[in-house]
Design a binder for this molecule. Structure first.
Ligand SMILES: NC(=O)C1=CN([C@@H]2O[C@H](COP(=O)(O)OP(=O)(O)OC[C@H]3O[C@@H](n4cnc5c(N)ncnc54)[C@H](O)[C@@H]3O)[C@@H](O)[C@H]2O)[C@@H](O)CC1
Ligand SMILES: Nc1ncnc2c1ncn2[C@@H]1O[C@H](COP(=O)(O)OP(=O)(O)O)[C@@H](O)[C@H]1O
Ligand SMILES: [K+]
Length: 497
């Protein structure tokens, strides 16, 4: 799991590394420059004409160092320098080291067309030291960089983008952001995608001991972390070891949701599965999910009655349920009677939004899986992505449950204020039914005894990984929810390898 640190914590991390490794600040900067150049030279050849736009802080210092190294590699490089503010010591040193090696053009206005003779523009104006929106000459140059017909690459973070709070004003629109060691919170928020582009991390040897010790409430999920959670099977395990899940899903015209969810639940490793469905779904489910048992509702078309709940380890509820008055009543009774953690999705969430008194009865430790529209119904409109994140944390705390907000970088908020951003998944999964698949996986993991947070984190990761493996074979456009289920076994194998 990778910690996501605030701008202030990143500064402290830099300072700690310098003091305790120990390494001089300029040598650390040189390491950052080399790491950037390592990434760059693997992708672009020496025919590319490169402009590096530098400010006068340490991000600008990085830019100058990168210019010197790229020149050594044989790239045609120019530095465009924007004066203003105080020059940092490492900036000054790197400017000195550049003398006679690379052309440095000081730019004081944007009158001329600065970028038409370049193929690639590297942005080193502001890094994590940005303290207010870019304005004046910096803003005008960022604007011109954004309009130029070039490949845009940001050093550490796009200039103008705040690391951990709402950004305003002109922001560099990177095709690639090469970030030093740790990702920034800003990278995970939808509104920043156009600025951050495709991002990657390069290791610059910042203190691992400091990173381990420092507290953070934001994390980025890694395969290593998931492998540690997943439990291998033991010789004498039997189906009772892995729980009996009850899935309440489907209504007339939406029995497919129950089938998708149920299939995923079985492949997630549950011991036993019973589906509770309306009568119209009986033959469909019995023929398509032969491993599952079926309990039939009193109603032909939707949920109105509940089976006896005692024997179930956990419940997954919501996909394709509909919102008939009788369904709402049965759902309310389910929340009241089943006091163990359960997974609530789709119409389960919509019913909660429309019948807010039911929120009080959500069993602590449950997992709620809204997509952004369902989340808006639950918490109201948000003013920006940071506000949305706060609302997600608040709901998790209020319900003492895990709130999984689905989308790119699905975020998982735990009741104790932690947020985990998922690293798997792709836009091929933006297709009907993939959410139902996730509900099945999460219910399956809860049934097997994983804690709610572990089940949510692991399930979201595996769901995305299955989607990635499916997309590799089928492509994103043709990918359907069933493909995600088909690749779930491969995802489990890969995650546990
Ligand atoms: N030893 C270190 O501290 C290392 C720092 N590194 C680089 O240093 C960067 C951070 O450097 P700095 O802290 O010097 O800051 P920046 O280079 O990000 O910012 C430059 C300066 O601009 C000022 N400023 C902020 N917002 C402004 C605005 N809107 N308009 C005008 N001026 C503004 C700031 O006060 C700061 O002095 C990182 O992003 C990274 O690129 C790397 O070299 C790795 C090592
Ligand atoms: N652009 C994307 N990147 C990664 N994952 C995505 C993307 N779009 C959708 N997904 C994933 O697909 C699933 C969609 O769920 P949902 O909207 O509930 O679908 P449905 O209700 O049709 O089942 C979520 O798990 C979401 O994270
Ligand atoms: K930058």
């Amino acid at each position: 799991m990778i910690k996501i640190l605030s701008a202030q914590q990143i500064r402290a991390l830099d300072a700690y590394t310098i003091q305790h490794e120990p390494i001089s600040s300029i040598d650390l900067m040189e390491r950052a420059c080399r790491a950037f150049v390592g990434w760059f030279t693997e992708r672009f050849d020496e025919t590319q004409k490169v402009a590096i736009v530098c400010g006068t802080g340490n991000n600008g210092g990085d830019g100058l160092g990168i210019a010197r190294l790229l020149k050594m590699w044989g790239y045609p490089v120019s530095v465009l320098l924007i004066r203003g503010g105080t020059d940092t010591e490492d900036f000054k040193t790197n400017l000195e080291r550049l003398k006679g090696k690379v052309e440095v053009i000081e730019i004081a206005s944007t009158d001329s067309d600065l970028f038409s003779r370049y193929d690639i523009v590297i942005d080193a104006i502001f890094g994590s030291g940005l303290s207010r929106p870019a304005e004046g000459i910096q803003a005008a140059i960022i604007q011109q960089m954004n309009q130029a017909d070039v490949i845009r690459i940001a050093v550490d973070i796009p200039s103008g983008l705040q690391t951990d709070k709402l950004s305003q004003g002109e922001i560099f629109k990177a095709d690639f952001t090469i970030s030093f060691q740790l990702p920034k919170l800003a990278f995970f928020l939808p509104a920043n995608h156009a600025s951050v582009g495709e991002w990657c991390l390069v290791d610059i040897g910042l203190s691992k001991a400091f990173i381990k010790e420092i507290s953070s409430s934001h994390f980025y999920l890694t395969s290593k972390y998931i492998r540690r959670i997943l439990k291998p099977r033991s010789k004498f395990d039997h189906k009772g070891t892995y729980g009996h899940a009850l899935l309440i899903a489907g209504s007339y015209g939406k029995i497919g949701a129950a089938v998708l969810s149920g299939r995923a639940l079985l492949h997630a490793g549950v011991g036993l599965l019973t589906l509770h469905i309306p009568q119209c779904g009986y033959s469909i489910v019995q023929t398509s999910l032969i491993e599952a048992m079926v309990d039939v509702d009193a109603h032909e078309h939707f949920l109105t009655t509940l089976p006896s709940l005692d024997k179930y380890t956990t419940v997954g509820v919501g996909p394709g349920l509909g919102q008939d008055a009788l369904t709402i009543k049965a759902f309310g009774k389910l929340l009241e009677d089943f006091r163990k953690p359960m997974v609530i999705d789709a119409d389960g969430l919509n019913i909660l939004s429309a019948n807010r008194e039911l929120l009080r009865t959500v069993s602590p430790g449950s997992i709620l899986t809204p997509h952004p529209k369902e989340f808006e119904r639950l918490v109201g409109k948000w003013s920006d992505d940071f506000d949305r994140l706060e609302k997600q944390k608040a709901l998790a705390k209020q319900l003492k449950s895990v709130v999984v907000l689905k989308g790119a970088y699905t975020s998982i908020a735990s009741p104790d204020g932690m947020v985990y951003f998922n690293s798997t998944g792709n836009p091929g999964m933006a297709t009907g039914g993939t959410g139902d698949v996730l509900t099945g996986i999460l219910t399956g993991l809860l049934a097997q005894g994983y804690s709610s947070v572990d089940a949510a984190v692991t399930g979201v990761y595996l769901h995305g990984l299955a989607g990635d493996l499916a997309a590799r074979e089928k492509g994103m456009i043709s990918l359907i929810a069933s493909d995600v289920i088909d690749f779930l076994p491969a995802a489990f194998k890969k995650a546990m390898a």
